[in-house]
Ligand binder design. Structure first.
Ligand SMILES: NC(=O)c1ccc[n+]([C@@H]2O[C@H](COP(=O)([O-])OP(=O)(O)OC[C@H]3O[C@@H](n4cnc5c(N)ncnc54)[C@H](OP(=O)(O)O)[C@@H]3O)[C@@H](O)[C@H]2O)c1
Length: 258
């Protein structure tokens, strides 16, 4: 994707799993990359050194807590010190552990606090991150914004009601953003992944069961890996998708069809 050379991607949650795979995939295309981390400061430092020496692009990382979405504004100020343009924004980071208690579990155990935390981290964080991104993209004549989503909003996935409903909400927010940002030549889409083998999935109490079920359901007979989602993200940021906005691309190894 030659058109990515010299452009800049900003992605939340670039230290692990899908976010890390996207950081590497874009850097490989010659794109400068800014990413955020929550607790993995050392990992972020290692990734920066590796990306810059391997791909010769500029890479920086900033601390962000998506449970405090308005702090995105401060993170973008740091970004502005390091980069003079923003072309692509991907809202990828997700919370886990204590923050999702009451939001991650069977229906009868759901509690407003956990559910609200997931909304804050999924929808509010997308909104503030994308608003700040759009202000910068407007200055360079346009850009592409993506929210990571998951097929748990399409099919029943045990314990996933909190995340599934909020992914449905963020996909709706993507369409609203797309409708209003098109006039600035900014396209907004979602990439909805089937189950991918990452730390987030390992947090499922029935991880082994989920994995076996995915392999059984997929016509491709395997679990998803983070790199399976990078192609759709690159496509949505390239000129090859220049008339594509307000959509969700489902990348699920065929698991939601049957
Ligand atoms: N795994 C799946 O099956 C799957 C499938 C489809 C879509 N997705 C979506 O893809 C995205 C990435 O998922 P993943 O599985 O790659 O997740 P992951 O491996 O758990 O990584 C989560 C990332 O988010 C960051 N993070 C955690 N808590 C944060 C906080 N409070 N504030 C800011 N950042 C925080 C982490 O940073 P630190 O390392 O610093 O903690 C890390 O970079 C999510 O939106 C997820 O819903 C996942």
């Amino acid at each position: 994707m030659a058109d990515m050379k010299g452009k800049t991607l900003f992605i939340s949650g670039g230290t692990r799993g899908i976010g890390k795979a996207i950081v590497y995939a874009f850097a490989k295309e010659g794109c400068n990359v800014a990413f955020t981390y929550a607790s993995s400061a050392d990992t972020a430092t290692q990734i920066i050194a590796d990306i810059e020496s391997t791909y010769g692009v500029k890479c920086r990382a900033y601390k962000l807590d998506i449970l405090e979405p308005t702090t995105y504004k401060d993170v973008y100020k740091e970004f502005d010190e390091d980069f003079d343009r923003l072309d692509y924004f991907i809202s990828n980071a997700i919370i886990s552990g204590r923050a999702v208690v009451g939001g991650f579990g069977p229906f009868m155990r759901l509690k407003p606090r956990g559910l609200n935390n997931i909304y804050t981290a999924t929808v509010d964080a997308f909104v503030v991150g994308a608003q700040e991104a759009a202000k910068r993209m407007e200055k360079v004549g346009g850009g592409s914004i993506i929210s990571m989503s998951s097929t748990g909003n399409l099919v029943y996935t045990p314990n996933y009601a909190g995340h599934g409903t909020n992914k449905a909400a963020v996909e709706a927010m993507v369409r609203y953003a797309a409708a209003e940002l098109g006039e600035k030549n900014i396209r907004v889409n979602a990439v909805s992944g089937g189950p991918i083998d990452t730390d987030a999935l390992k947090a499922f109490p029935n991880y082994e069961e989920v994995k076996a079920e995915v392999v059984r359901r997929s016509p491709l007979s395997r679990m998803g890996v983070p790199e399976d989602l990078t192609g759709a993200c690159k496509f949505l940021c390239s000129n090859d998708s220049s008339w594509l906005t307000g959509q969700t691309i489902v990348v699920d190894g065929g698991t939601t069809f049957q």
